[in-house]
Design a binder for this molecule. Sequence first.
Ligand code: ATP
Length: 319
Amino acid sequence: VKKIAVLTSGGDSQGMNAAVRAVVRSGLFYGLEVFAVQRGYAGLINDDIREMDLRSVGDIIQRGGTILQTARCKEFMTLEGQQKGAENLRKRGIDGLVVIGGDGSYQGANKLSQLGIKTMGLPGTIDNDIPYTDLTIGFDTAVSIVVDAVNKLRDTMSSHERSSVVEVMGRHSGDIALYAGLASGAETILVPEVPFDLDEVASRMASNFEQGKRHSIILVAEGVGKGEDIANAITERNGIEPRVTVLGHIQRGGAPTHNDRVLAGRLGDFAVRKLIEGESGKACGIIKGELVLTDIGTVVNSKKEFNMELYELAKRLSQ
Ligand code: ATP
């Protein structure tokens, strides 16, 4: 490849900018011409593509969001849309594309590689729901935000309210709830991957209070249900009225942590080097600290395994 492009797609995540910077700067370092596509696949179809230089990615490593913006694009779900996108790359002589996004974005990248564009996927989502990588770019920052919020809730809970339900992001993945729960000492973690019994949750909570616990935090992944409904169900069972906090999009904003920036830098550079080596249709990931390449088709057809060991650990430590 001589010319490559980069785009961000799907939900934004902290560290996407650091990944864009890494792709652009590595590409230029290795002598490629590097282009950026604005607004994900929508920009690819509408030909919103510009050439980048070293300075175009200055002062973004620390910024949340994505300077390339992202979009959800229905038209790209059709073969016609995908062909239009591929054509817009080809007419500029761009034969490599790095897609930074989640599962849906990977599906789009897979389609483009079937049309002959050399594609690489980078896992950019706060949910950590992409298989064949231990971590996604943005997850570490999102977890830090939740932990920080729970710390603050603990201060006020110890003085006033005794229990809190905190609803966090994760429609299909409980990883944010799991890691933030473990790191913040939540008493209960409810995730879509593990069935739970509200009677048991409510009675454990009541007996913990009887034994002198001063606060109780229940972390709920949004895929399980609304925090408000969980709180009501608990009140019905044990009379305790937890306060509800929904963290929402705050979890997707702010400066990325150093972990996310380092991950973005490593993965972005890896994607470029693999494109130069002639790889295509691959997803870049990190497993046990090592950079790995997996067929993107395999990744989109798999489901990430939930870490039951950590879930059980969180239970043991929250007695
Ligand atoms: P997140 O999970 O973080 O929101 P995502 O990448 O999964 O990110 P989606 O909205 O699912 O977000 O996908 C982003 C875009 O990818 C879609 O708007 C669409 O343009 C494209 N896309 C999704 N699925 C497909 C598919 N099956 N074929 C082609 N393109 C797709």
